[in-house]
Design a protein around this ligand. Structure first.
Ligand code: C5P
Length: 315
């Protein structure tokens, strides 16, 4: 696409969680995580046009998302507040945002968070603000737990509630078969179901599962053969585990059906991403996943994509 002065078009990629360990509930109600996030080659498109003095507007390929509370608009407003607090001359600028959606919502693929991060990155470039990713990630963390990761992209080990992002080398030559079983799940509902199950187990074991004193999970590096240690040289190749999977399958049983179908079709290490509902498996060739996809026989309301794991833009 030919660049137009005063405008910018960015890809806002989806992510998968190669592993996701929930370490425990925090006093603020969120959960501390240990996870490796990796961007994939399925992306929304965010177009930004400078609109001095016009405030922020949003148009979207899905009309229902043209809402003042859309994370794209929240991101633009949060950046403006940051600029105002600094007394920065760009605080008075506005932008027209156009969003083309391809990533399904409520899928654990981080679509809304990635769109918000693209707005922060894009306005940073369009307005030549020169903020570092860490500064934008600080603003992004106020919008949603996954936003800081998307300010970096590629592969990263993510901790805290999502605000601690340590980039790790991305995997090259790895392909991902994504299966979306046609249902959207609420992240909050999945975490609540996860907590409920832990309370039941905790009570049965005579333990108290209260906020801030979780029943701890084993460390990720103890969780499976081949799992790589903290500060790993590169993101792990297999999707080893996702602590939210059982809870998500209770919230939306279609997820369990998708996982079973994917495993039966040959996607051995099939896992859910984030809090669901999408599931995926990895292979080092696209052809292998095309064969798995053919054996899957998905019902018409499921969506499939075969996409590469991707590096951060510009790396
Ligand atoms: O931060 P975000 O808006 O994406 O979180 C949505 C919901 O997911 C939160 O309200 C919370 O219930 C849950 N969540 C959590 N711990 C995290 C991330 C999200 O409990 N680390």
């Amino acid at each position: 696409m030919t660049p137009v002065p005063g405008s910018l078009t960015l890809a806002a990629p989806a992510k998968v969680n190669l592993y996701l360990r929930v370490l425990g509930r925090r006093p603020d109600g969120y959960h501390d995580l240990d996870s490796v996030f990796h961007t994939v080659g399925l992306a929304d498109e965010v177009r930004l046009e400078d609109a001095p003095g016009e405030g922020f507007t949003l148009t979207c390929s899905e009309k229902a998302l043209e809402d003042p509370e859309n994370l794209c608009l929240q991101a633009a407003r949060a950046l403006r507040e940051h600029l105002e607090a600094l007394g920065h001359p760009a605080a008075g600028r506005g932008a027209r945002i156009h969003l083309t959606k391809r990533i399904p919502a409520g899928a654990g693929l981080g679509g809304g968070s990635s769109d918000a991060a693209a707005v922060l990155n894009g306005l940073n470039r369009l307005w030549e603000l020169d903020f570092r990713p860490a500064t934008l990630a600080g603003i992004g963390a106020t919008l949603g737990s996954d936003v800081p990761f998307f300010l970096y992209g590629g592969a990263a080990r993510v901790g805290g509630r999502g605000e601690r992002v340590t980039p790790v080398p991305p995997r090259s030559g790895t392909w991902c078969l994504l299966v979306h079983p046609g249902v959207a799940v609420s992240t909050a509902a999945v975490y609540a179901a996860h907590d409920k199950a832990r309370e039941v187990v905790g009570e049965a074991m005579g333990l108290t599962a209260r906020a801030g004193a979780p029943i701890m999970s084993p460390a990720p590096e103890a969780a499976g053969p081949g799992a790589e240690a903290p500060g790993a040289e590169s993101a792990p190749v297999a999707a080893f585990f996702n602590d939210l999977e059982a809870a998500a399958c209770r919230v939306a049983p279609e997820i369990g059906k998708a996982l079973a179908a994917l495993r039966e079709a040959g996607g051995g290490e099939a896992r859910m991403t984030g809090s669901g509902a999408a599931v995926f498996c990895l292979a080092d060739s696209r052809a292998v996943l095309e064969e798995t996809g053919r054996r899957l026989h998905p019902p018409p309301h499921w969506n499939l994509w075969i996409v590469p794991l991707t590096a951060a833009e510009g790396s």
